[in-house]
Design a protein around this ligand. Structure first.
Ligand SMILES: *Cc1c(COP(=O)(O)O)cnc(C)c1O
Length: 411
């Protein structure tokens, strides 16, 4: 084979790279799966400024309207003044700043666990924690709809993976029976979310705990969408179910109801000590901005006050009010209330068209598509905030009535 000239090789490679990616983008476009960023010129909130349009936002996980809250801003400012911006290195390398420890103590109290450990994101918490706990020779059993970071963490671990039907304890039991003869002295780790991020439904935690105890398995519960919203102290669905002491690993995110950024693992002091030694996303990653931890701690403190409780109540009032409006429009609802209400439209292009029609009515409610949800299950993922007003719920309802195709017929 004749050697190619150097110039031809260089150009060939560059074109090959760009063309290949461009072709894949075109394929995504044709399938209704292409995504794009929407730059905002205002802070996160129920109203956001995009270009010259002011949009009513029903897509954020800022459930309590804390992302731009004065109390949290002040906590972050104060922290910036005292601790600066950057943490310098991994917490193991150059010392671990006070705000991380303060936030961890607050989170452990909040969750009713012996200890807590912060990560830079929830995603990093999952991908660091799961491979630290299990590996080849162990078995991980995931709910079919578990979040991408839980799937990636499980894959990264090298453990054998099994998936049980969404929220189906009978199917989980079938798999647990299968593990009994195959696990040897390996561990079995069950992983689920408590409030599912794209469906808004709730895991049957009591039944999962009974099963995991019967079969000697461990349970990890991702409370990304429950932390700050459920339970007596708003610690999450695990707290509400009274199961805190019976679940090995609780995971939280600080970037949703808590209005800040970061992830946390809550559990026994031994678990936390172990993760400090073995969780690679903690050990080999620069610690987060301390002001983010300070803001999250301010959110946890706020939730312990009457004003915090009133804020959560306002969210649940909005959830009840919006569920009633959706029901009247004829769309099916998740059985139990949560601030996530999916309107499942099915075909990807249909969901994109609905989102576009809503945008034309100044409503920000993007289509969620594969691979975030299964193919053919594209949807509008409507999320509510305590900061939405009744008039804004009316505006959304009116826009939905005009922008959506007819609801599915009940049979
Ligand atoms: C958002 C989310 C995460 C990731 O948390 P981040 O802090 O945003 O990285 C993990 N699990 C679930 C279920 C989520 O919805």
């Amino acid at each position: 084979m004749a050697p190619r000239s150097r110039a031809a090789l260089d150009f060939g490679d560059v074109d090959g790279f760009e063309q290949r990616l461009a072709r894949r983008l075109e394929e995504l476009q044709a399938a209704g799966l292409r995504r794009a960023l929407l730059p905002l010129r205002s802070a996160q909130g129920t109203r956001v400024q995009a270009g010259d349009r002011r949009l009513l936002n029903f897509s954020s996980n800022d459930y309590l309207g804390l992302a731009n809250n004065p109390g949290l801003r002040e906590a972050a400012h104060k922290s910036l003044g005292e601790w600066g911006v950057g943490a310098g290195a991994s917490r193991l390398l150059c010392g671990s700043l006070g705000p991380f420890h303060d936030a961890e103590a607050a989170l452990a109290r909040f969750k009713g666990t012996g200890a807590a450990l912060l990560f830079s994101t929830g995603f990093a918490a999952a991908t660091g924690t799961i491979p630290a706990m299990v590996g080849p020779g162990d078995i991980v059993i995931l709910d079919r709809l578990a979040h991408a970071c839980l799937v990636d963490g499980a894959r990264l671990s090298g453990a054998r993976l099994r998936v049980f039907r969404h929220n189906d304890p009978a199917d989980l039991e079938r798999i647990l029976r299968w593990t009994a003869s195959r696990r040897g002295d390996g561990a079995v780790l069950i992983i689920t979310e408590s409030v599912f991020s794209m469906d808004g439904d709730l895991a049957p935690l009591g039944e999962l705990v009974m099963l995991k105890e019967r079969f000697g398995a461990w349970l990890m519960v991702d409370e990304a969408h429950a932390t700050g919203l459920f339970g007596e102290g708003f610690g999450g669905l695990v707290q509400q179910a009274g199961l805190s002491g019976r679940i090995e690993v609780q995971m939280a995110t600080l970037g949703k109801a808590l209005g800040s950024a970061g992830g946390a693992i809550c559990g026994s002091p031994t678990l936390i000590d172990f993760l400090i030694n073995r969780a690679r996303s903690l050990v080999y990653s620069t610690a987060p901005v301390p002001a983010a931890a300070a803001a999250a701690k301010a959110a946890v403190d706020f939730l312990a006050t009457p004003a915090g409780a009133a804020r959560v109540r306002r969210l649940w009032n909005n959830v009840a009010a919006m569920r009633e409006r959706i029901r009247i429009l004829g769309w099916p609802l998740p059985p139990a209330p949560s601030p996530i209400i999916p309107i499942i439209l099915g075909e990807e292009h249909v969901a994109v068209a609905a989102a576009t029609a809503l945008r034309e009515r100044d409503i920000l409610l993007p289509a969620v598509r594969h691979p975030t949800v299964p193919r053919g299950r594209a949807r509008l993922r409507l999320t509510l905030s305590a900061a939405h007003t009744e008039a804004e719920l009316d505006q959304l309802t009116d826009a939905l009535a005009r922008a959506l195709p007819p609801p599915p017929r009940h049979d």
